[in-house]
Design a protein around this ligand. Structure first.
Ligand code: URP
Ligand code: ZN
Ligand code: ZN
Length: 445
């Protein structure tokens, strides 16, 4: 067994901050305290964290490595995507295995295991995208819950691809009441969006900007209300993914106020980018994702949602497509631009800069939304998401003062652009440990 002593730092967790040293033995945190002498274990590695934070490794519960979408595939593999994640202080991802229409959940899950196995730099797990809800896949759900894949994403968006109607959503929800799984919902009214999108395209409004116009915030609000109501009727919790609009947040807030088990995440793109980024001709394709970027005035509401715990988690929905060769499949028709943005590497620093330095969240709440809350929501806590004795030694020595400028020239994600090109952020990961092994130090793996 090898040991590591991280000394002199400020341990920041969701519960509080204090000056403490952290001793790691093998893959596990074994001691936390002041001026540790490390009796019993002689650390062969000492990391000086003076002036730095020591935080639990961040957890991104919404990524799409190699997702097939719009006739192409998300560009990051588990190798490139998790390496980029590690550079950004993320030590666990939970990706989405996909059940293809007509195939079994098992086939989808096996395919995603094959993509990941032996290739990932960090720990990883899976949620399951369910494209068909029928007698066979409902039985399969039970098996997956038993083997530790208990979360199922369904979509009220993307008709003809991942879309499920209300009956399918409700059936899947009822099943989770029996098997203990959790339904995650992409909540936009896909059929209504397709009508508006066709009207715009027929009128010659084909630029990426219109992707952001036709997917009305009210379509997200309506679908969010509908799926929460269905979950209430089924008597189960529901988790809304990538919430972007004030209209949807209001529905989550109202549901929680009446005691419903409604939970939600948002993503950095909805906190830092806006509909304006979709302008500028076809360059806007770089910012095409669903739900789309919203007018700027939605952002303050999302920050307030994070402060008041109506939003519990910030994940990335990392789903990168090159601008050249992939996004440009949609030249002349915004409906054909592959949906998704790169982000797995930048979430922790963007949030530190915008939330902690920007005075919108405390540093403890920052740790909560990027690590502890996702760990709790998806059954990883306290093995992950905590700096505690017995927890996995997924640790980040974080410099809250170092500034860096985000750029596609220096990022590690396998994609030819950055949504945040040229933005300087304050805060960066110095050393990243994944289950006790140093995976990043001073910008090197
Ligand atoms: O635009 C997005 N969000 N692409 C990834 C697929 C999804 O809906 O999460
Ligand atoms: Zn989605
Ligand atoms: Zn997604």
């Amino acid at each position: 067994m090898s040991g590591t002593l991280i000394s002199g730092g400020t341990v920041v967790t969701a519960d509080g901050s204090s000056r403490a040293d952290v001793l790691v033995d093998g893959e596990t945190i074994v001691l936390i305290g002041r001026d540790l002498k490390a009796t019993g274990i002689s650390p062969d590695e000492k990391i000086d964290a003076t002036g730095k934070y020591v935080i639990p490794g961040a957890i991104d519960v919404h990524t799409h490595m190699e997702l097939p979408f719009g006739g192409t595939f998300a560009k990051d593999t588990f190798e490139t995507g998790t390496r980029a994640a590690a550079f950004g202080g993320t030590t666990t991802i939970v990706d989405f295995a996909v059940q293809s229409r007509g195939k079994s959940l098992r086939e989808g899950l096996d395919a995603w295991h094959a993509k990941a196995e032996g290739n990932a730099v960090t720990d990883y797990g899976f949620h399951m995208i369910m494209s068909d809800v029928n007698d066979a896949t409902l039985v399969e759900m039970d098996r997956l819950v038993e083997e530790g894949v208990p979360d199922f994403k369904l979509f009220t968006a993307y008709p003809g691809v991942f879309f499920s109607d209300d009956a399918a959503v409700f059936r899947a929800m009822e099943r989770t009441r029996e098997n203990g799984g959790l339904i995650m919902m992409h909540a936009e009214n896909g059929p209504a969006i397709d009508i508006v999108a066709a009207e715009y395209a027929e009128a010659g409004k084909t630029d990426p900007y219109y992707h952001g116009v036709v997917r009305y915030p009210i379509f997200e609000g309506e679908a969010t209300n509908r799926v929460i109501r269905l979950a209430e009727a089924a008597g189960v919790p529901v988790y809304i993914v990538h919430l972007s609009a004030r209209d949807a947040l209001n529905e989550v807030r109202a549901a929680r106020d009446r005691g419903a088990m409604a939970f939600a995440e948002t993503c950095p793109q909805y906190l830092f980018l806006s509909l304006d980024d979709l302008g500028n001709g076809f360059e806007g394709a770089k910012f095409v994702c669903s739900p789309p970027l919203r007018p700027k005035d939605h952002q303050d509401e999302l920050w307030s949602g994070l402060r008041k715990d109506d939003l519990q988690v910030v994940s990335t929905d990392h789903c990168p497509f090159d601008f050249k060769g992939q996004k440009d499949l949609g030249r002349g028709d915004f409906r054909k631009v592959p949906n998704g943005l790169p982000g797995v590497e930048d979430r922790v620093d963007l949030l530190h800069d915008g939330a902690v330095v920007g005075g919108r969240l405390t540093r403890e709440r920052w740790v909560d939304v990027i690590s502890t809350a996702p760990a709790r929501m998806f059954g990883l806590y306290p093995k992950k998401g905590a700096v505690a004795i017995g927890s996995d030694a997924d640790l980040v020595v974080y410099d809250p003062n170092r500034k860096r400028t985000i750029s596609a020239k220096t990022h590690h994600m396998n994609v030819d652009y950055s949504c945040y090109e040229g933005r300087t952020v304050q805060g960066a990961s110095d050393v990243v440990l994944s289950r006790g092994s140093v995976v990043v130090r001073d910008g090197q793996t």
